[in-house]
Design a protein around this ligand. Structure first.
Ligand SMILES: Nc1ncnc2c1ncn2[C@@H]1O[C@H](COP(=O)(O)OP(=O)(O)OP(=O)(O)O)[C@@H](O)[C@H]1O
Length: 589
């Protein structure tokens, strides 16, 4: 149990490690900003090169904290953990470990998402140490020709794992089944073969590293290796950052936690802030226990029991879901009783707007396709969420596919005002033909402007119309379709919009987002869009040990004034228990 404080609390003693745990809307981020100002005022340990590091989860959260700090940003560095480690560890010190990992330091240029490329997989398998053991039906040729898609899906699950001896090993998702389940029999790979392949995962990574390509996870991996192998780097880091505060700590990667523990051993004061019930990044290795169980020498523990965000009615709902914490309303505004809409989610959205006096209602969805559909006012009845893989299965011309997909994504990002991401998508197409990066950027920008100008010509038409426009305007060389081919009919029978709906918008800050992208944020009116009535389990049978339920809890806790939930159907038997907390409204189907 920690000592109870409120978000107004000002610490006189700023020289102890601390942990603050509190529920949603308690004022954790508010307190953090005030605490940074407090430390700036009191500390004798800051200076031109000695700053407070403030780590938060997304770039959107970084901007929010920077804005809230106002003029007080002088001796503060606010960033995500990846940008922080890249700037202070990878850039200056990667050279010390480069040889061991075949890392081409001079070519490193930021870090990207891990994308599995055929040529890299081919090179890896051709040089694999266990190659002689790959036998029919998993011979080298079969793996690369028939089973490549399965290998690709498997490699997409690569992650770093902390071992018991505190080393880091590369691993893959063992829960996903790559040799049975939905995969067609001829594409299956048996466990034994995957285990053999897994022995050389580091060699697979090294092919990227030799080119200077780093993935997001590699930043944590190399940072950990740098501080383990060159401990003086830790002293430099501690000298530069006498204070190190981390918001949303419950979603830290375990390797990040180890790095922080090492920093905390001397000199630097570590402060962590979080809520274990809001841990929603399990798929990236986060575990709610790593926050609740974190212990640092002489660390002080605090808790906040208020909820400063929401109305009494919303806090009642939050309290009913959560058994480890009872939040007290701070605002003491009763507010509207939350509403469950039963029926089509677009009708729910329209009704929610009406009930919110036509003010902004933010919709939160579990997956990208639903949030994209809400954005474009599509119904939730008929969405096809596998269209990119269907495209791949139907169009065997890799160059043509790549050409269409990158341009399509570029257009979708630009329409969401994500211009940097849009240009990056299109630049990929010039990677092998234009060596100079600035030149590639210029070409991509020109292409993008051309496509945006002609948006009305293809945005409501078939994918074929989009392809023909690309061919006409941007690259005449791209291959034509064969008569009566599967590819041709796929392009004719799917629309640009259908594929656009499947695009994942990075760091989405629009009114229609996934729940993960609403983390830390708050909105007057929230509509949580559930895909099926079973998803109401978090209210009917709450168990926040389950990550799916924590995700729903994060969603409803974003609401300040009005909370709405949309479900397609609702059994009579459930209505009675829901009606205590919710108004229930049904639409004709
Ligand atoms: N002491 C305070 N004075 C004024 N406003 C406050 C105070 N504490 C919190 N608030 C306001 O209450 C709301 C919730 O605070 P904040 O976003 O910091 O909560 P949080 O604990 O970080 O929430 P979550 O875990 O849900 O992200 C914000 O609008 C914030 O500005």
């Amino acid at each position: 149990m920690g000592m109870q404080i409120t978000s107004d609390k000002v610490f006189d003693d700023i020289e102890h490690h601390f942990k603050i745990s509190a529920g949603p809307g308690a004022g954790k981020t508010h307190w953090l900003v005030q605490h940074i100002k407090n430390v700036l005022g009191k500390s004798k340990r800051l200076g031109k090169t000695r700053k407070i590091a403030c780590i938060t989860y997304t770039n959107v959260a970084v901007d929010t904290i920077v804005k809230r700090l106002g003029n007080a940003t002088h001796h503060v560095e606010v960033s995500t953990i990846h940008s922080f480690l890249y700037k202070h560890l990878i850039k200056p010190y990667a050279k010390f470990i480069a040889q061991e990992y075949d890392l081409n330091v001079s070519n490193i240029d930021g870090h990207d998402e891990h994308i599995v490329y055929f040529n890299i997989v081919k090179k890896w398998i051709e040089n694999h140490s266990q190659k002689s053991l790959f036998k029919h039906p998993n011979s080298e040729k079969q793996l690369l020709k028939i089973k490549y898609e399965t290998i690709k899906q498997w490699l997409e699950t690569i992650y770093y794992e902390l071992t018991d001896s505190n080393d880091i090993a590369l691993s893959t998702d063992k829960n996903k089944n790559f040799f049975s389940n939905k995969i067609q029999p001829k594409h299956q790979i048996n466990r034994k073969c995957l285990d053999m392949l897994e022995k050389d995962l580091i060699e697979y990574k090294k092919i990227y590293w030799k080119k200077g390509i780093l993935h997001h996870d590699d930043i944590l991996f190399f940072s950990y290796q740098i501080i383990s192998k060159c401990p003086f780097v830790l002293d430099v880091l501690r000298a530069k950052f006498p204070y190190f505060f981390i918001d949303e700590f419950q979603d830290s990667n375990p390797i990040q936690v180890e790095i922080i523990k090492k920093i905390s051993e001397k000199e630097t004061i570590i402060g962590v802030i979080g809520d274990q019930a809001q841990s929603i990044y399990g798929f990236q290795g986060a575990d709610p226990k790593q926050f609740s169980e974190l212990e640092l020498p002489e660390m002080r523990n605090y808790e906040m029991a208020q909820n400063r965000r929401s109305t009494d009615n919303i806090i009642n709902t939050l309290n009913s879901v959560r058994s480890d914490l009872l939040q007290h309303p701070y605002r003491k505004v009763c507010g509207m009783k939350p509403v469950i809409f039963c029926g089509n989610s677009n009708d729910a959205y329209k009704e929610a707007l009406k009930l919110s006096n036509n003010k902004k209602v933010v919709t939160l969805s579990r997956d990208n396709i639903t949030s994209n559909a809400m954005r474009r006012e599509f119904g939730n009845g008929n969405l096809k969420d596998k269209l990119f893989s269907d495209l791949k299965n139907n169009d065997s011309s890799k160059d043509r596919r790549k050409f269409v997909i990158h341009y399509l994504k570029g257009v979708v990002f630009a329409k969401e005002r994500k211009f940097k991401e849009a240009i990056k998508e299109i630049m990929v197409l010039y990677k092998s033909t234009i060596e100079d990066k600035e030149e590639r950027k210029k070409r991509a920008l020109n292409d993008l402007l051309c496509l945006l100008k002609k948006y009305d010509d293809y945005s409501n038409a078939s994918l074929m119309v989009f392809y023909e426009l690309l061919k006409r305007e941007l690259d005449n060389q791209i291959s034509k379709f064969q008569k009566n081919s599967n590819a041709k009919s796929f392009y004719e029978n799917h629309t640009f919009q259908e594929l656009a709906l499947c695009v994942n918008i990075p760091e989405d800050s629009s009114d229609h987002r996934t729940i993960h992208k609403a983390k830390g944020d708050e909105f007057n009116n929230v509509l949580l869009v559930l895909k099926k009535e079973e998803d109401l389990a978090f209210i009917l049978k709450p168990d926040l040990e389950k990550e799916e339920q924590r995700i729903a809890y994060v969603a409803i806790s974003r609401a300040q004034e009005r909370l709405f939930i949309s479900v397609p159907t609702l059994k009579e038997s459930k209505k009675a228990s829901l009606s205590k907390l919710f108004e229930i409204k049904e639409f004709e189907t």
